[in-house]
Design a protein around this ligand. Structure first.
Ligand code: NAD
Ligand code: UGA
Length: 469
């Protein structure tokens, strides 16, 4: 029986390994983590992450061929294939701070692998890492090897949160990069055999190590670039009377462009787009390519512009001040169908409104009050350093309240900001909301989810992204 161990039981490690276990009953999969609370949650009925379909997959294989453990060293020592899926946040201090990837967690995982291994291992980079990380990992492993042979593979993950299980069941592609040596090819084949249990062979791409590492950063940069492109156009739509939905539809009809990922929004969030583009920018700078670095940096600048443009719109529409006014924030997660708040645009928008002394009342169906308060108290880039690895600073934000209902959030409010596209926000009783708000009652739709005309008929003043007023 092939044994797999995955280091890191997070948004990637957990779902990815659960699906491998489900699709490969002959493989034993153990997911390990240094966070005892996270592992306890994976072993309970309340999984640590909300992801549609995940509960079902975990229930089917947990205790059979899928295990979650804090016994990191034992399971690493026993495994044939070790996936490393630890977090790779942006560095907060030192060389490359604010841009470069912080590989501390990765390096400590690699050193631990070298310490405890007594048999040959295939070590798989699942985390998103800078190009050439495999070379660094190889050095750590081989210089500390006790006669053990290591093969390093790059197998970046392309799942998106909220659709992780579907993405893992039917991936557009699985990418495996390895050394172009006989041993490297054998390792690639071993990993390919795992995925071949359910992924059609023509969707399993094999490349050299550096192409695989770079493809992951490039894919995220291309995806984020589409959003910044449509968001940039949304500003021009607002200035000219064009409608960004109509423009995006017309543009996306060109089969060379395609319709996906062209939804204008308050800005993209999530743990990876910004982090990975900053990482790409840093790699370009280190390789003497400032023009290329500046090109990609612009994708982030437009995203920041879009978020501050939204805050400015709220404040300027409400007679240039929100001081002392209650504003309801509907949605705090960075997208629907997840409870993840890492780099959510809601943090910047709420901080912007708080900066103008608004009092805000937040509702999100999946995000806890504790998480919201921690996010609003955190400094930039702290979000991807897990809470158990950093000093806690959940200083109470006094002007913030958190409710478990959209109606309670909007009661007595001057304005409503929709910041996540949860389906339930399309179905709300907006007449009831209007009746309980201060007048004039404003709706600022940062996700273009409401029917603006219907709301205007009720009496709301509605601002949508990239649409005529
Ligand atoms: P995460 O923070 O949810 O999980 C990482 C886990 O690793 C944490 O639970 C942490 O406790 C654990 N960890 C850290 N150091 C450890 C060590 N030395 N030993 C054992 N456990 C350790 O992160 P994530 O969202 O799962 O992302 C992991 C990687 O995958 C990142 O590089 C990210 O860029 C990449 N990625 C993420 C997504 C996504 O949707 N979240 C998608 C594709 C790729
Ligand atoms: C993204 C990529 O889609 C995944 O392929 C990748 O594996 C992952 O990053 C990663 O490396 O972490 P994720 O961040 O989970 O996945 O979610 P997305 O669906 O990409 O959404 C990211 C952000 O962009 C969200 O805030 C979303 O609301 C926003 N978005 C997305 C838009 O504003 N407009 C769109 O048209 C699409």
């Amino acid at each position: 029986m092939v044994k797999i161990c995955c280091i890191g039981a997070g948004y990637v490690g957990g779902p990815t390994m659960a699906v491998i276990a489900l699709k490969c009953p002959s493989i034993e999969v153990v997911v390990v983590d240094i966070s005892a609370s996270r592992i306890a949650a994976w072993n309970s009925d309340q999984l640590p992450i909300y992801e549609p379909g995940l509960d079902d997959v975990v229930k089917q294989c947990r205790g059979k061929n899928l295990f979650f453990s804090t016994n990191v060293e034992v399971h690493v020592a026993e495994a044939d294939i070790i996936f490393v899926s630890v977090n790779t946040p942006t560095k907060t201090r030192g060389l490359g701070a604010g841009k470069a990837a912080d590989l501390t967690y990765w390096e400590s995982a690699a050193r631990m692998i070298a310490d405890v291994s007594r048999s040959d291992k295939i070590v798989v980079e699942k985390s998103t890492v800078p190009v050439k990380t495999a070379e660094a990992i190889e050095k750590i492993l081989t210089h500390n090897s006790k006669g053990v042979n290591y093969q390093i593979l790059s197998n970046p993950e392309f799942l998106a949160e909220g659709t992780a299980i579907q993405d893992l069941f039917t991936p557009d592609r699985v990418l495996i990069g390895g050394r172009e040596t006989p041993e490297g090819s054998r390792a690639v084949q071993t990993l390919k055999d795992v995925y071949a249990h359910w992924v059609p062979e023509d969707r399993i791409l094999t490349t050299n190590l550096w192409s695989a590492e770079l493809s992951k950063l490039a894919a995220n940069a291309f995806l984020a670039q589409r959003i910044s492109s449509v968001n940039a156009i949304s500003a021009l739509c607002e200035a000219t009377g064009a409608n960004v939905s109509e423009v995006a539809f017309a543009v996306g009809k060109d089969s060379r462009i395609g319709p996906k990922f062209l939804n204008a929004s308050v800005g993209f969030g999530g743990s990876c787009f910004q982090k990975d583009i900053l990482n790409l920018v840093y790699i370009c700078e280190c390789n003497g390519l400032p023009e290329v670095a500046n090109y990609w940096r612009q994708v982030i600048k437009i995203n920041d512009y879009q978020k501050s443009r939204f805050v400015n719109r709220v404040v300027s529409s409400m007679f240039n001040t929100v001081s002392g006014k209650k504003i309801a924030v509907l949605g705090f997660a960075f997208k629907k169908d997840t409870g993840d708040t890492r780099e959510t645009p809601a943090i910047d928008v709420c901080k912007g409104l708080l900066g103008d002394k608004a009092s805000i009342s937040i509702y999100d169906p999946q995000v806890t009050e504790e998480q919201i308060r921690r996010d609003l108290a955190m400094n930039k880039f702290d979000w991807d350093h897990p809470a158990h690895l950093q000093p806690t600073s959940p200083a109470a934000v006094k002007q913030v309240s958190v409710t478990w209902d959209a109606y309670a959030a909007a009661k007595g409010a001057h304005g409503v900001c929709i910041l996540t596209e949860w389906d339930e926000f399309r179905e709300l009783d907006y007449q009831r909301i209007y009746d309980n708000m201060q007048k004039p009652a404003f709706v600022f739709d940062g996700r273009n989810v409401v029917d603006a005309e219907k709301l205007r008929a009720i009496g709301f003043i509605v601002y949508s992204i990239g649409k005529p007023l």
